[in-house]
Design a protein around this ligand. Sequence first.
Ligand code: UD2
Length: 337
Amino acid sequence: MATYLITGIAGFIGSALARAVLAQGDQVRGVDNLSTGKRDNLAEILHRIDFRQTDLLSLDAVRSACQGTDYVLHQAAIPSVPRSVADPLTSNSANLDATVNVLVAARDAKVKRVVYAASSSAYGETPTLPKHEAMPPDPISPYAVAKLASEYYMVSFYRCYRLETVCLRYFNIFGPRQDPTSPYSGVLAKFITQMLKGEHPTIFGDGRQSRDFTYVDNAVAANLLACKAPAADVAGRVFNVATGVRTDLNETFRILKKLIGYTGDVKYEAERAGDVKHSLADLSRAQKHLGYEPKVDFEEGLRRTVEWYKSGSVGRTSDFGSTISDAVVESKHEFKV
Ligand code: UD2
């Protein structure tokens, strides 16, 4: 039985990873400072994991968390491009300084492998589509810079210390438990919950910007594959994790309207600073070396996500992280089987 340390375990990706690792019969230790994550996201598994409410900026705490672990899945971050534009210092400490602490601690604890939640924002406005990993990055926002610098640290720790590291460039991951309540929340969590409440969502820009929106189960699968793939194929390397299909925001709004039965309109406001226009992944490297294939496509992912928020909003009005809906999602979870 292996032990996995998941940083950012109370986030929607971290908590999905925890469920998947438990489902494969391994042990989970998790750290989170609960700055953006929620304890509720772990409600029904809290008794099965070693959860530590702590901050990755404390090197001692990270060292202690790494002791005796085989794999580290480093998901902790303060996401959001506009939040980093508003507050680059906090973005830098949470997204870069914390990563260096994780690497130092993992190296010294002789962890087998560290898998890192990197970001598609590293590509920036490079005109080529789809984006492939050999393209020179061109980050725009402070968030993208911190995520890319963390990737470079991951690669450096493999080159200098032979700590096996794998970077997964996530392309706009979405799904159940994603926090919809912050002005900086991901667009799909915001749109779905706003439309379910009969409010009008806002599109920043003309709505023609496109994203390779990726359902969370695909990211979970990529992490588990990244732990097991031969080091010769993956260590010190970067891989796109996406679906390989892009959809613009106007079309996304139309799909959601149908799924939800929403009859209202969308508002348009000025484009956000730091925003990327188009994003689409080339998946060939991940397919070849990780054996990764996207299992859940965009529309199916949207259906599952809408269902989750619907049942969450029935269970609670103030908080979408309902344990009633957890049971519903668990029964559908691919990695339960
Ligand atoms: C970036 C990364 C993504 C992940 C994420 C973490 C890219 C292409 N993607 O996501 O991989 O790392 O950062 O935060 O860089 N929008 C609206 N209305 C809203 C909210 C957002 O129109 O109410 C627009 C926003 O201007 C953008 C798109 O929706 O054009 C997606 O925004 P997002 O914040 O969900 O994610 P994004 O693309 O910044």
